[in-house]
Design a protein around this ligand. Structure first.
Ligand code: GLN
Ligand code: ZN
Length: 755
């Protein structure tokens, strides 16, 4: 029999029970015992689902109250000394303080887990970081899991990935130097697990799928030499990309198996299978742990069957990666179009698929005929469904005229035509789009959604807020105004709800960080815009002022990156379709007299492929898509874009190729250092580096803003420079917002007078 296993399962609960319990515990309305009970219930339910689906090895250690990387740090005693906690006796409250900060210590940093939207806690490495194994927490969960009577397999973040993912806090220190200190404790941890009866353990080393330096690769063999002698059998987990370039290394490591992701990198199945030693497990992930689509079971089984013949029981089957990244259970969805629902599989359904694959490999396809027929029907239906395929959209993409992605004239000519009507002063001021989402706005939206507020009353409430926003900006004497985005719940959802090809779930939550979950929309089909999405709001806002009003759209890459995307066509095609739908909106805004339009692309950097070798190809279509949003826009229409905090050094030429007339970026927290790249590559168009941080309610001082603005003026041509905050203001309150913008405008006027 081929072992069916998995490295992790969603842990927030089908209806986010853990989130609510954790938040109640933080507020003091739930006791620690109650929280622990909720957690234990979730684990039990998860294991029961896995057992029912036929899993052979239940995952342990995938559950976490906050983050599994933090848990691994705790199990190794590697928590930052600055908190003054004793790792051996760490309480649950202290654990949360590490993640969230306390009165004296800021929280440990977090950042995105590879190219997912899951955020892990970033290990803090110091020259003198020490380690001390503490398996108690894991062993308690192991005992719980064993009580089900089933075999188990704990998952841990591997020692090299753990070190690599962390940040060096001391200058001149190389975190790899901590390895000799970490390894003995890692060994001790494994020995304790072995003593607790653990046979198999999965050690995840996903860094093998990204570009890592030679010295890190060289550390693998000696590291696993040490871990191999601890009495457990080790399977190394890789995912999110191909590790075929390390095939020799992996084949020869003294471990008992390796897991590979054959959804992200299907080609590696043959490469591995051809040379895989018979005495080692090869675990193949052909069920997508990162996306929501039902598998084509017949195809998967046909791919696996020859490998099963060759490797026998040493072929294992699994999801491509931890199911942490998929929504939990499709069955609880009540409102999805049944046709679309039939194409989907969330975590629970993915387990069932694996159960069927296992059965087919063991006893032949005949024994799973019914399931195969259902899978075939779903695949065939999806291929031809009218819901997905829109001939007009296909024709439009196929027949794009040459240079459709180019503005009529180069920037130098456009900007003159824009300045001719805009008549802006030097250092024009603007904001990034959203203004405070007040309690009233949110209540109105909730009431409208529940049907308690009529459409007319909802519209009136939003208009009232827009009018207030415009009035405030005029009072502040800001040059280019925005309407404030009151009508938007979320910058992707707002547009997705109005576009063909998108659908939404009720419970498709995925953990983002700690107790926070996101519910990404699903792009299931060709994207088109049936009717204008923002024009009425923007036109209303423009009617209230003589100053230029900026229309506000979310760019194609961001619309895609923050959604589950269809897997039946290339990403580049999906992106272009969204771009063309947005182009319709741009042209309608223009017609309605909105002649400044901002197209936000905060996700353009985070959507970069994990391997550098694939960057150019991605940037080509991503930037082309962005440009396509402005096809046929008049030269005098000023296109803005906005990007949040990210490194630009390595992709600046691509960003320049987007050819937005104005780009606003988050720079204040880096003391304008991010501008260096723009200067180094002589970025040609207008640029608005953020002059204050919007992430805290703190109002910047005039001196701070002046310091940043002078710094920017030193390196950017004064005719190209805009003044704006770092990002949107929707998470702020009004008092601090007006106070901060007052400072911004005052300092701008002072410096303008010197020019
Ligand atoms: N226009 C959006 C806003 O102001 C931009 C948000 C973002 O960059 N993440 O909220
Ligand atoms: Zn932003």
């Amino acid at each position: 029999m081929n072992t069916f296993h998995l490295s992790g399962y969603p842990r927030v609960g089908a209806k986010r029970e853990l989130k609510f319990a954790v938040e109640a515990f933080w507020k003091g309305s739930k006791s620690e015992a109650e929280l622990r009970q909720t957690a234990a219930d979730i684990r039990q339910k998860n294991w029961a689902t896995q057992i029912a689906a036929g899993a052979d090895l239940l995952p342990v250690g995938d559950f976490s109250y906050y983050d599994h990387v933090l848990d691994t740090l705790c199990a190794l005693g590697a928590i930052p000394a600055r908190f003054g906690f004793d790792a051996a006796t760490l309480t649950l409250s202290q654990y949360f303080e590490l993640a969230r900060g306390n009165a004296t210590q800021v929280a440990m940093e977090m950042t995105k887990w590879f190219d997912t939207n899951y955020h892990y806690i970033v290990p803090e490495w110091h020259q003198d970081t020490s380690f001390k194994a503490n398996a108690a927490n894991l062993i308690a969960q192991i005992e719980e899991a064993k009580a089900t009577g089933h075999d188990i397999k704990p998952t841990l973040v591997g020692p090299l990935t753990l070190l690599w993912l962390g940040k060096e806090k001391d200058a001149g220190h190389n975190r790899l130097e901590l390895l000799p200190r970490l390894l003995p404790e890692y060994q001790k941890l494994l020995r304790e697990l072995a003593n607790a009866g653990v046979d198999w353990i999965q050690i995840d080393e996903p860094i093998l799928a990204v570009d890592i330096a030679r010295e890190w690769l060289d550390a693998f063999a000696p590291t696993y030499q040490e871990l191999a002698i601890t009495g457990t059998r080790i399977i190394i987990g890789t995912y999110f990309g191909s590790v075929a370039e390390h095939l020799n290394l992996l084949k020869n490591l003294p471990v008992n198996g390796v897991h590979i992701d054959c959804v992200r990198a299907p080609e590696q199945l043959a490469e591995f299978a051809n040379v895989w030693p018979e005495n080692k497990v090869l675990s193949v992930g052909l069920i997508d742990g990162r996306n929501v689509w039902r598998a084509n079971l017949r195809e998967v089984i046909d791919l696996l069957a020859p490998v099963a013949t060759q490797l026998g029981n040493n072929l294992w089957i699994a999801p491509s990666c931890s199911l942490l990244h998929s929504p939990q259970d499709l069955n609880v969805e009540e409102k999805l179009n049944p046709e679309i629902k039939n194409w989907l599989a969330f975590a629970a359904q993915k387990l069932q698929e694996l159960g069927i694959i296992k059965q087919a490999l063991a006893h032949g396809k005949d024994t799973v005929q019914e399931a195969l027929a259902a899978s075939d029907a779903a695949a065939a239906g999806r291929k031809t469904s009218k819901l997905i395929h829109n001939d007009q959209v296909a024709a439009r993409v196929a027949n794009l005229r040459a240079h459709a992605d180019q503005r009529h004239s180069p920037f130098a000519e456009r900007i003159e035509k824009q300045q001719a009507w805009m008549k802006l002063p030097l250092l024009p001021t603007t904001t990034i789009g959203s203004f405070p989402q007040t309690q009233e706005i949110r209540q109105a939206r909730a009431a409208f959604k529940k049907g308690e507020l009529s459409a007319a009353d909802y519209e009136a409430a939003m208009k009232k807020d827009i009018a207030y926003c415009v009035e405030q900006q005029e009072k502040l004497d800001i040059d280019v105004l925005v309407h404030g985005e009151a009508e938007r719940n979320d910058m992707v959802e707002y547009f997705g709800e109005q576009l063909d090809g998108y659908c939404f779930t009720q419970y498709g939550w995925v953990q983002s960080y700690g107790s926070r979950c996101v519910k990404p929309p699903i792009i299931f089909g060709d994207v088109a815009r049936p009717k204008a999405m923002t024009v009425a709001w923007s036109a209303y806002a423009q009617s209230l002022t003589k100053r230029p009003m900026k229309g506000m759209l979310t760019g194609p890459v961001t619309m895609m990156k923050w959604s589950f995307v269809r897997n039946d066509v290339p990403l580049s095609l999906v992106c272009k379709q969204i771009a063309l739908a947005l182009n319709d909106e741009v042209l309608d805004l223009e017609k309605a007299g909105i002649r400044v339009i901002q197209i936000d692309e905060p996700a353009i950097r985070e959507a970069l492929p994990l391997k550098r070798a694939q960057w150019d190809e991605y940037l080509d279509w991503a930037c082309e898509s962005f440009r396509l949003t402005s096809t046929d826009a008049d030269d005098s229409t000023q296109i803005h874009t906005h990007m949040c905090y990210s490194e630009f050094n390595d992709i600046l030429p691509a960003i320049a190729s987007m050819d937005a007339d104005v780009i606003t970026i988050e720079t204040s927290r880096s003391d304008m250092e991010l501008l260096d790249a723009f200067v180094k590559f002589s970025y040609p168009n207008d640029i608005g580096p953020g002059v204050y941080d919007i992430h805290s309610p703190r109002v910047p001082t005039e001196a701070e803003v002046e310091h940043l603005l002078r710094k920017a003026l030193k390196v950017i041509d004064q005719r190209r420079l805009w003044v704006n905050p770092d990002c949107g203001l929707k998470t702020r309150g009004w008092p601090e917002t007006t106070a901060a913008l007052e400072v911004m405008v005052k300092v701008t006027k002072k410096l303008r007078a010197e020019l």
